[in-house]
Design a protein around this ligand. Structure first.
Ligand code: ADP
Ligand code: MG
Length: 266
């Protein structure tokens, strides 16, 4: 068969087999292979690698969307020098995602603006890259959603949604005390994920000592913390708000906003 016909046939077959990227690049790869006198095997490997790379990219795009991140910031975007109270080695260790395998919860505690959400999302992005199913939700949304589901008698079904991802990121565990029903619903989720060994990343500006007040019931708060902290790493960040850093640098006097008042923080 003439070369051109063979190429057309190759494209057709690759398409039919669902190897879209390989079909797109087979002409170029064949030309390059001829020009550089590559072996048949080297040509084949190059073509298959192009296909695999394109598939991984498509997979990543889809999973990143599903993960529901509010923004895309990575560890590379994080300036550790700005936050010396943070142990960079510990964060890098977390980025290996061994904690997900172990079912260990990661809890970022600290005042507003110190990078809790940034780090939680960065670890989440790392998890997606490692093909770990991940879902991000703010605590406020979660509680609202479970309350509505409970009212519609579909709490079980809704809980299943939050139990599905291997890694659940709960952002901004609230400052405002929870209603008893909300606390009970959240407790269900904590128990179910704990029993399945499914880890969470939680960010909060509420220290553990304040959980009695947050949950509104000391016995329930203790039972919840017991499960959350059984296998857990707490990362305390004490430091200046990154949001206010420019003001700090320019020497403008700083009035620290009251907790719960700054740009949508709980
Ligand atoms: P928190 O969740 O603790 O309130 P965020 O993670 O939302 O804080 O951080 C506030 C903003 O500052 C975000 O835009 C975040 O990307 C940025 N930020 C915080 N800390 C750092 C840092 N050390 N390096 C780079 N950007 C940071
Ligand atoms: Mg935050």
């Amino acid at each position: 068969m003439a070369e051109a016909l063979l190429l057309a046939r190759a494209e057709e077959l690759l398409h039919e087999l669902g190897l879209r990227r390989a079909a797109e690049v087979v002409v170029n790869h064949a030309d390059a292979a001829a020009a550089r006198q590559l072996t048949y095997l080297a040509f084949l490997v190059g073509l298959l690698e192009a296909e695999r790379e394109a598939r991984y990219e498509r997979y990543l795009q889809a999973r990143m969307k599903l993960a529901n991140f509010p923004f895309r910031k990575t560890l590379a975007d994080f300036d550790f020098r700005f936050q010396p109270s943070l142990d960079e080695r510990q964060v890098r260790e977390l980025a290996t995602l061994a904690f997900v395998e172990e079912g260990t919860n990661v809890i970022f505690l600290g005042p507003p603006g110190v990078g809790k959400s940034h780090l939680a999302v960065a670890l989440g992005i790392e998890a997606v890259r490692h093909r770990i199913s991940t879902y991000f939700v703010t605590f406020h949304r979660l509680v609202d959603d479970l309350r509505r589901a409970h009212a519609d008698r579909r709490l079980e079904r809704r809980l299943r949604v939050y139990n599905k991802p291997r890694l659940l990121i709960l952002d901004e565990l609230g400052y405002l005390p929870l209603q008893p029903l909300d606390a009970a619903n959240f407790f269900r989720l904590v128990c179910e994920r704990y029993e399945r060994g499914l880890p969470m990343i939680i960010t909060s500006n509420v220290s553990y000592g304040e959980w009695d007040r947050l949950i509104g019931d000391p016995v329930l708060a203790a039972a919840m913390l017991d499960r959350l902290l059984h296998r857990s790493v707490t990362v305390n960040i004490r430091g200046p708000s990154y949001r206010l850093k420019d003001r700090l640098r320019s020497g403008v006097p700083l009035t620290v906003p009251a907790v719960g008042r700054e740009g949508g923080e709980i």
